[in-house]
Ligand binder design. Structure first.
Ligand code: RP5
Length: 162
């Protein structure tokens, strides 16, 4: 997807977040949504974060998906620096199983929203789907692919338990 200008920016605080955040990227790839992936840490690379979030809209991004673990300030700081929708994925931390990440991301002050998803893989998948849903509001082709994804998901659920 490198040649097509990205519409979704997937950022994460560390390379160690990639095994979780790859699920957001995989969904976007499956739905044909151009995206980019970057490591941007609120704590270790604050100036990279500032430049990324401030420049995101001008570069044509429409949605930012931000994943982080522990003291997970990345989604909130990204949201503070751009008016683009920011979806936050709490990465499962070792010490507190991602509850620290979840609470860090979800408890934003009124006025600076982060759409916070579930901890871990489910949250990353749903962040990808939600980003696609937002873009599908202005893209009938993508909307059709999303509807087809949901149809196939429904058809893939067996009625019997064994
Ligand atoms: C956060 O610290 C990252 O998002 C990651 O989840 C966590 C641990 O990072 P590493 O020490 O594995 O690089 O900033």
């Amino acid at each position: 997807m490198d040649q097509i200008p990205p519409l979704v920016g997937i950022i994460m605080g560390s390379r160690s977040d990639w095994p979780t955040m790859v699920h957001a990227a995989d969904i976007l790839t499956a739905l044909g949504v151009p995206h980019e992936v970057k490591v941007v840490s609120a704590h270790r690379t604050p100036e990279r974060l500032f430049d990324y979030a401030k420049g995101a809209k001008a570069r044509g991004l429409k949605v930012i998906v931000a994943g982080a673990g522990g003291a997970a300030h990345l989604p909130g700081m990204a949201a503070a620096l751009t008016s683009l929708p920011v979806l936050g994925v709490p990465v499962e931390s070792h010490a507190l199983k991602g509850q620290d990440s979840l609470l860090s991301i979800v408890q934003m002050p009124g006025g600076v929203p982060v759409g916070t998803l579930a901890i871990g893989k489910a949250g990353a998948i749903n962040a990808g789907l939600l980003a696609a849903s937002i873009l599908a509001l202005g893209d009938p082709g993508l909307d059709a692919r999303l509807i087809d994804y949901r149809r196939r998901q429904t058809e893939g659920v067996p009625e019997t338990a064994e």
